[in-house]
Design a protein around this ligand. Structure first.
Ligand code: ADP
Ligand code: MG
Length: 249
């Protein structure tokens, strides 16, 4: 269970979020939508304890105070962010970082053959060349390859809370379908909490979030079921929030 209550976020003097409240119960998929610059990536980064932001209010995950944790501790809780713009880390390979992370969490048997077999299998299923196992993280990868590389990490690390920040950006139509179906399969296998940030109909049509929220004016201005996303796709953000808000029609 994730509980974000009355969270305000500042960067220096700039207030990015104010009174942001959101609750996600185990096994639920929630979509967060909103115009560019609304603060969607900011809340994702705040959850991962990006040190650039001053945060007030409270955030808990399974009753643990997330605001007392650093990024490493948050990751150990099983929270996993696919960044909108994944960073390249030259000199550290996928295999190295995954082995280290799995060891840190006590999730490996220590058997390198078994580890390689699992990585190879996930590469094949994601249609990534097995050379990716020993590629530097995201280094010189195309936009789409970076997103698939994140899925490789996802399947290996098996997080229980997944934040997808515009995972669709940089993906062509076929790759987007592939990635969306892989995410759905992950959800059906492990039943994680998912917070999906997107403007993309294809991804939402496949993942079918049970709850949809619109971020506007620094907080969640409207929430609904999947039909709210369909309304946004048809009419845009202006119409949807006016109808649910305080403005006269
Ligand atoms: P979205 O993901 O919804 O497009 P962002 O969360 O990236 O929006 O950004 C929300 C607003 O906060 C933007 O005006 C952006 O410029 C600002 N912002 C976000 N992070 C920072 C930061 N680290 N420093 C300064 N401004 C920031
Ligand atoms: Mg963003």
């Amino acid at each position: 269970m994730l509980k974000i209550e009355n969270v305000s976020v500042k960067n220096g003097e700039k207030v990015i979020l104010e009174n942001f409240t959101l609750e996600i119960k185990p096994g639920e998929i929630h979509a967060l939508m909103g115009q560019n610059g609304a603060g969607k990536s900011t809340i994702a980064k705040v959850l991962l304890r990006d040190a650039h932001y001053d945060v007030s209010g409270s955030i808990s995950f399974h009753d643990k105070n997330l605001l007392l944790m650093n990024t490493t501790e948050v990751a150990r809780e099983g929270i996993f962010l696919v960044m909108q713009n994944p960073i390249e880390i030259a000199g550290v390979t996928n295999a190295e970082v995954l082995r280290t992370a799995l060891n840190d969490r006590g999730m490996t048997t220590g058997n390198i053959l078994e580890f390689n077999r699992e990585l190879t299998e996930h590469c094949k299923r994601l249609e990534l060349p097995t050379s990716f196992i020993h590629r530097d993280i995201n280094y010189n990868m195309s936009g789409g390859e970076k997103k698939k590389n994140a899925l490789l990490h996802l399947w290996m690390l098996k997080p229980n809370f997944l934040i997808l920040d515009e995972i669709d950006s940089g993906l062509d139509v076929d790759s987007l379908k592939k990635v969306s179906h892989s995410l759905l399969e992950y959800y059906e296998t492990y039943h994680p909490i998912i917070l999906v940030i997107t403007h993309q109909k294809t991804l939402l049509d496949i993942l079918k979030p049970q709850f949809v929220h619109i971020l506007q004016d620094k907080h969640i201005a409207k929430s609904g079921d999947f039909s709210l996303a369909e309304q946004i796709f048809k009419e845009g953000f202006g119409a949807s929030t006016m109808r649910g808000g305080e403005k006269n029609e």
